[in-house]
Design a protein around this ligand. Sequence first.
Ligand SMILES: [Mg+2]
Length: 201
Amino acid sequence: MIQVERILVDIDETSAHTVRDGVYPIVNAQYWTNFHIETTLNYRDVFWDNISEGWILIPTERKIQIFNEAILQDRWKNHIQPIEWSVETIRGFHEWGGDVWMLTARHPILKEYTPEWIRHHYGDTVSRVLFSNCYHGGKRTKSDICREENAQIMIEDDMDYALEIAREKVLVLLLRKPWNEQRKETHRNIKRVDSWEDIDL
Ligand SMILES: [Mg+2]
């Protein structure tokens, strides 16, 4: 048991099944591909660089567009489900008196729907939603926000973010995912956890 007052939680693939429920269904239908979350070994490459499956090449701009569209369309479809046990674990921490904020690098066009999705699935157990902006013309990174907001713990799925945040002396709980299992880096502030069920706050 760690004595914690505030945790910050990433959204995509840490709290939300954005890719499994939103992005891959669109990609697979439009491009006749068969992408599956369990065989996604490089999450960042899937989105931010060109990928090919068979003879299909999806340009980066189109992938970013699909990613944002998938989230915006969810407003009417409500298909993107929370990651298993995240709701229960966050609720438990909130009831104990802890503060949970979500922190994402999502595009500013998702600033309106993101808090709606969170409220729908997590109710009032998440008290703030913060957006880093270093990919969208600003300079504020996730690790800047962790430092400025005195985060004690950040829950993440992305090893690059985890390393950046761990250097700010924040304990990072890195959820085990196919795209971070291959990564061999270690840091004394990064602790790997198998799932939300294994997080004891
Ligand atoms: Mg993520």
